[in-house]
Design a protein around this ligand. Structure first.
Ligand SMILES: [Zn+2]
Ligand SMILES: [Zn+2]
Length: 121
């Protein structure tokens, strides 16, 4: 594979290059070529640098949906709270409607006390 191409291998002048390093742009021959999961490189150093770059980029991408998860958790928590409040009101109304003073007293006095200990229903 000896040719007179301008873009010969950086390590073997005169040897035709088969790829360019994705990290530094140097041309390399088949013998020097280092292939990684993210592309072709001239050396292990360049491959590792590029993979580190990709890894960091993906890490930044992952941070975005994390904020969305926090918001969804908050929304679910609010829905649970609303659901819990609706049940309390229903029980209280039932106690008053059916004239059960003991039950309505229980709702008025006990529920606000146990509510903080019942995070979800
Ligand atoms: Zn390189
Ligand atoms: Zn070479």
């Amino acid at each position: 594979m000896v040719g007179n191409r301008v873009s010969g291998c950086i390590n073997h002048p005169g040897v035709e290059s088969v790829a360019r390093c994705k990290q530094c742009g140097k041309a390399v021959c088949k013998a020097c070529l280092v292939t990684g999961p993210t592309g072709n490189f001239c050396s292990d150093t360049c491959r590792d640098k590029h993979q580190e770059f990709i890894r960091r980029a993906q890490e930044l991408e992952r941070k975005k949906p994390a904020a969305g998860n926090g918001l969804r958790k908050l929304v679910r928590f609010a829905i649970k709270l609303a659901f819990f409040a609706a049940i309390l009101i229903a029980v209280g109304v039932a106690g008053i409607m059916f004239d059960i003073p003991v039950l309505s007293d229980v709702v008025r006095v006990v529920i606000p006390k146990i509510a903080p200990y019942v995070p979800f229903l």
